[in-house]
Design a protein around this ligand. Sequence first.
Ligand SMILES: Nc1ncnc2c1ncn2[C@@H]1O[C@H](COP(=O)(O)OP(=O)(O)OP(=O)(O)O)[C@@H](O)[C@H]1O
Ligand SMILES: [Mg+2]
Length: 276
Amino acid sequence: MIQTITETTRELQPAPQPDADTALYANRVEKTYPNGTHALDEVRLGIQSGEFVSLLGPSGCGKSTLLRMYAGLDTPSAGRILWWGSEHLKGAGGDKHLSMVFQEATLMPWAKVRANTRLPLDLAGRPRAEADQRVDAALHMVGLDAFADSWPRELSGGMQMRVSLARALVTQPSLLLLDEPFGALDEFTRNKLDSDVRQLWSEQQMTVVFVTHSIYEAVFLSTRVVVMAARPGRVIADLPIEGPELRDDEWRVSSRFLKYCRELSDLLTAAASGSI
Ligand SMILES: Nc1ncnc2c1ncn2[C@@H]1O[C@H](COP(=O)(O)OP(=O)(O)OP(=O)(O)O)[C@@H](O)[C@H]1O
Ligand SMILES: [Mg+2]
């Protein structure tokens, strides 16, 4: 089994030094929580502008911990993160900024879809007319034009996640971070939203980091899958996915898709058994 893995998976190389195209760079990032949990061990990972990278791994391997640090919501215990070459997210310069989507839609129940989507622009003090235009564009992107004046409670779980996605897109982020955004949805809805996210990524020229523990979702979406293992959380493999630009149902049943899934499944099994 391990032989198969080493035959098909590239050896895990140290992350190359960051260059002008590196959007995110984790350099020997460690995280130990105050209760002593060693959540991340020496993570080195560079993500280039325009990549769609999935972080794949079992529960507890530190995916959310790493994503929260990428979002600037938490800090490493050791090592550092660079955003477009800067040690400070705010210092990244130009119009570079990020948005994050969580597993729960986290909408304000007392506000209509339009106001929920506009929230980041209101917080940034953007003029109402400009903000409303951007909200219309974002709702259009996620296919919710007709629901701008609905209340969150009138929407299905999948539609609420679309609003959450629109709220993330409304600021036109250069970097979109998603933490198991569709994990709670049925498979059909999840597949549809995966297709939409992939299409948005190709249209909007964003860099995307997508956390999942679904092998199929990772292979469907990504240009690269980074595999993590637990205790302590670490990167064990980094697999470029060579697939068509347009990812559709054909891709899901192609032999290359299945080969990648098999390879990632073997890696996760080997990691769980402690042999990597
Ligand atoms: N605030 C915290 N305080 C203490 N330990 C934490 C905290 N947050 C996470 N952990 C621990 O750190 C480790 C990594 O957690 P994390 O949430 O990053 O994993 P994950 O890969 O996102 O898991 P899941 O797939 O279940 O979401 C786990 O052992 C978890 O219990
Ligand atoms: Mg998590």
